[in-house]
Design a protein around this ligand. Sequence first.
Ligand code: PLP
Length: 390
Amino acid sequence: MDDRNTTDRTDVNVSLDTRKNIDARNVSEASAGAILTIDLNAIRENYRRLKTKLGKARCAGVVKADAYGLDAAQVAPALAKEGCDAFFVAHVDEGMALRGALGPVPKIYVLNGSPPGAEAECTAHRLVPVINSLEQLEAWRQTAKTRDKKLPAVIQVDSGMSRLGMAPVEVERLAADLDALEGISIDLVMSHLACADEPDNPANPLQRRNFETLRAKLPSAPASFANSSGIFLGSDYHYDLARPGVALYGVNPTPGHPNPMLPVVSLSAKVIQTRELTGDTGVGYGHSFRTREPLVAATISLGYADGWQRRTAGAAFFKGIRLPFAGRVSMDSIILDVSALPPGTLKAGDLVDLIGKEQTVDEVAAIAGTIGYEVLTGFGKRFHRRYIGA
Ligand SMILES: *Cc1c(COP(=O)(O)O)cnc(C)c1O
């Protein structure tokens, strides 16, 4: 074995020893291409604002999809500090992870209910399924049979969204056979609004009336109806427990009106390199952009693999100065026209802002032809995440 081989082998061992999956929780600030800042104090303030709006009704926290991509293990304990004691996730696995982050006391509700066969995992982690069908109810009743205490559940009725929850005929069947609830205690009867972000949509009052009719057929239990936008439809929509998600994370729950929430996330990307281009030069894939006159370009370390959709022709900002994208968004990089800055302003490693004061999550969503929810949940794993108020 010659020296070079030994050296190679050592290098290989070192790199294998330190190999990890990229995980949003351990990308360092120095190595990352972009930095996502999440302000937990703003999330707490948003929770307080929603509570004020709700008056006497209680306020849960919806932390499904890892708290809309912002890390439920950070977000949920911050909400718990504000007195939030009921949380909603979509999946059983999310609930199990959240139980670890929150400890044994808070209520954790699973919106999609338990898939067939996962009931024991729910009971082991004290997760309360949202029962969406008579089938899910029967599985939960069978699970309850094996226990000496009643098992809690949420009953969801479909008041008009046609997505999840018992249809009116199922509610009738349940009302006619309340033995189906044997061994089960009902924590909540809930339903979900399809058009809450359109306050004038007649579907809202119609769903509310359907909800009233359906829940009157069931044993009396606290009611839950409003998501973020539903809270802003007025107190008729508040019932006993509201279920906001996106408003907590700073997305505007009242589209078309000023945002009543504080912004929560900001996103900055690092400059990789800058270059001077002469006129009539092709820039980026497909040369979809050609310079008309000389310009200074900077390439930044963020692309569609990080959740910045390829279709989102936008801009970055440096100290408030707008730097438009030049050419297509690549997988790992975007080229900016930085000619608006004095020559030599940007160096490798400098940060430009993509989400912040100058460009909100809602504005980025509008440019991409989507909604703030999708911008937040689309963020990839390669950002360094900085939590304010952790
Ligand atoms: C996602 C979800 C919520 C939260 O909705 P936001 O619009 O983010 O406030 C509430 N209830 C149900 C059933 C949901 O699926």
